[in-house]
Design a binder for this molecule. Structure first.
Ligand code: FAD
Length: 193
């Protein structure tokens, strides 16, 4: 006869759930709603036995909080509370904001120091980005389309390069392609009235 902890270890992963290198559910590689799905299957609404939180390292407990406070419509996905560690989507959204904004303020004719600083930032991402699977995809992409030439050419070329990088991720995730001609409006100038 299997114990409760053995059976929860063997439970199939929720769709979209990514396991990190430590063998535990990876917060920064998984959308919060995947944890929420795991949580919902394990517990009837309104009960709290802590078993799901054990598997998700507290993420599911935050889901329970979000499910009781955030959704306004029954079909709304639960929202990750603002003070929780980021899931793959929040991490991505905030990282793109930083990267696109930084690139949009890059000098049109950068100095050697600005070029090497920018290359240091971009080339560190495949090593340091906290979602390992995202970092792996980025590494592969940057091998086929490295940023050196765009950095050398300055802001406009780099805006286009980063837009292409982001569009590759959009495409892989089944999202719409972003119109790269609108990058300056989206990230620096604002849209015309
Ligand atoms: P986001 O894709 O986060 O975009 C934010 C905003 O940027 C959009 O609202 C739009 O206004 C603007 N935008 C969109 N596309 C472009 C573009 N091409 N150029 C300029 N601006 C644009 N998630 C995964 O599930 N798997 C992955 O492998 C993965 N890899 C990632 C790799 C990196 C380097 C980063 C930074 C994120 C990655 N993500 C990945 C997260 C993913 O890209 C999204 O950030 C996340 O799914 C949230 O998406 P979103 O719809 O809120 O908009």
């Amino acid at each position: 006869m299997s114990t409760e902890s053995e059976s929860s270890q063997k439970a199939p992963l929720a769709p979209g759930m990514v396991i990190g290198p430590d063998g535990k559910p990876c917060r920064s590689c998984t959308a919060f709603r995947s944890f929420a799905g795991m949580h919902k299957k394990k517990k009837p609404a309104g009960t709290s036995d802590g078993s799901a939180a054990a598997g998700a390292g507290g993420f599911a407990a935050a889901t329970a909080l979000a499910m009781t406070t955030a959704p306004t419509v029954e079909t709304d996905p639960p929202r990750l509370p603002a003070d929780c560690p980021p899931d793959v989507e929040r991490l991505g959204r905030h990282t793109w904001t930083f990267l696109h904004t930084t690139v949009s303020y890059f000098a049109p004719q950068p100095t050697p120091h600005q070029k090497s600083s920018m290359l240091g930032l971009l080339n560190a991402l495949p090593t340091l980005y906290p979602c390992g699977s995202c970092a792996g995809h980025l590494r592969d992409y940057m091998k086929s389309d490295p940023p050196e030439r765009a950095v050398e050419q300055g802001r406009e070329a780099l805006e286009l390069w980063l837009c292409k990088v982001h569009n590759e991720v959009n495409q892989r995730l089944g999202k719409d392609e972003f119109d790269c001609a609108t990058v300056p409006q989206r990230w620096r100038e604002g849209w015309p009235d």
